[in-house]
Design a binder for this molecule. Sequence first.
Ligand code: COA
Length: 327
Amino acid sequence: MAEQPLLKRAVLTGAGAYLPAQILTNEDMAKRVDTSDEWIVERTGIRQRHFAAPHETAAYMGAEAGRQAMEKAGLQPEALGAIIVATSTPDQPFPATAVRIQAALGAKNAFGFDLSAACSGFIYGLSIADAMLRSGQVKSVLVIGTEVFSRLLNFEDRATCVLFGDGAGAALLEVREVEKSGPGLLSTHLYADGTFGDILYVDGGIGQKDKPGHLVMHGREVFRHAVNLLAGAVSDALAENNLTAADIDLLVPHQANKRIIDGVGKKLGLPAERVAITVDQHANTSAASIPLALVSAIQDGRAAPGRLLLLEALGGGLTWGSALLRM
Ligand code: COA
């Protein structure tokens, strides 16, 4: 039989996570706003969230998660090619969080930048890393999602402040020559529709005078679009790779809401054991939620080598996307 040509792929060689020590249960939230454990669990599946202490900034948490990913991969800091940080809650407008993390890791040969795609940021980051690695621009990229949404929340708005939490997750991708059936990113698909810009947004920021900005969400509108848009992103990913839902070993979705996750899982016909869920423990950590769920699935053995993972996310923008990753 003729030998199969090898393919250049972005292979996941390490992953890491960081969660702040402070945990707030739904009962704790009920002491701050007019809500209940029952309401939150029934509508979202969320049971608790982590909130950052003052020193736990996006850069601090991202560096901790990134360091872990590098250690798992056994890559020395000087060998790292690039750092991409997906965040909506950077420490400062500049320097970029990625550059702060570069300094913290001692990754002196890496360049770095932040990207803003809200909850889809990690998928966007994977897609850019994939292109940089396969084009030969760099040999390794650390993709980090890190968020302190607790600092963006309006604690007068009970419909949003109970939904989010803080944390960071990281994935180290390295270019490898592999067989078609081997590991790595098989594809990424990105989408955006700015006409939905006002259903999930921050109502201020540095560019707006005297408006620090809080998260605003029209939850029903977001919910209404989420399952269908995500199903489209998922079916594009499967079609491009001539795969069906039956080929997916594990769905690793953005962790916003258990009902949205269940909706996508149901459309794909996946049983519960093939869907990674951490929203109950972390709430919505925006760009950090997929790498946090991925690390949890690596730890529980469901993201073992050889397994095919489908990642998907939707967030403010609207932005959304999917990625197929063989471990
Ligand atoms: N605790 C108790 N009651 C609450 C509450 C809370 N934290 N937040 C809202 N309510 C009340 C409302 O005041 C309203 O009461 P009313 O009927 O007396 O007016 C009722 O619950 C229903 O509010 P509504 O906002 O319509 O709820 P919903 O069924 O749409 O659920 C979400 C709200 C946010 C859980 C839901 O819309 C959702 O999950 N949306 C998607 C959000 C998401 O995942 N976004 C992130 C994408 S990155």
